[in-house]
Design a protein around this ligand. Sequence first.
Ligand code: CDP
Length: 208
Amino acid sequence: MIIAIDGPAASGKGTLAKRIADLWRLPCLDTGLLYRAVARDVAVAGFRLDDTWAALAVARSIDPASLCDPELRTPRVGDGASLVARIPQVRAALLDYQRQFAAQTGGAVLDGRDIGTVVCPGADAKIYVTARADVRARRRYNEYVARSEPVTYEAILADIQKRDERDASRDSAPMRPAADADLLDTTDLDIEAAFDAAVGLIKRKIGQ
Ligand code: CDP
């Protein structure tokens, strides 16, 4: 069974994806980390984030073992990720890895922006997770504070609005719900309620 979870920045899709994967005992891939890793490695190598060929070379040699680096979760790397994610060659280079991950025996859960539309258009269940921007910013702010990252709420709100705009307006695999995705608005839901709602949507889709 393949489950696609998409949605805008800090919508809680990562947390939901992990909980759903645990429930169905499936492997889980946070595809945002791939784009974040490309941004990190392009910057470390001293290239500009809009350098297509440098970003492509990095995307082709991404080491999945490096995806647990806590540096990937910083706002700076997130912003860079949305810049390299606009490059079609980078997206194409990361596609095989994502599709192979999804094709594992038993299936997988993947979260991102284009899982339901491009990476796994045939997924058994697709959820597009949204929430009002101020609520998403507050949740992300609280995460950063818990990790002692020096951030302000206003900067986080501006960051997610800028990334959403970039991700939704790019030509290559723009962020949008698949035609057959279920929408889940978590503005007024805590994580337990969002999880219950997501499980209900998936069960209905797969006929459980
Ligand atoms: O955790 P958050 O929602 O803030 O971001 P993320 O899922 O880690 O994704 C970081 C950036 O990677 C996004 O802003 C997108 O530009 C890009 N991305 C993408 O283009 N396609 C995906 N499937 C996943 C992420």
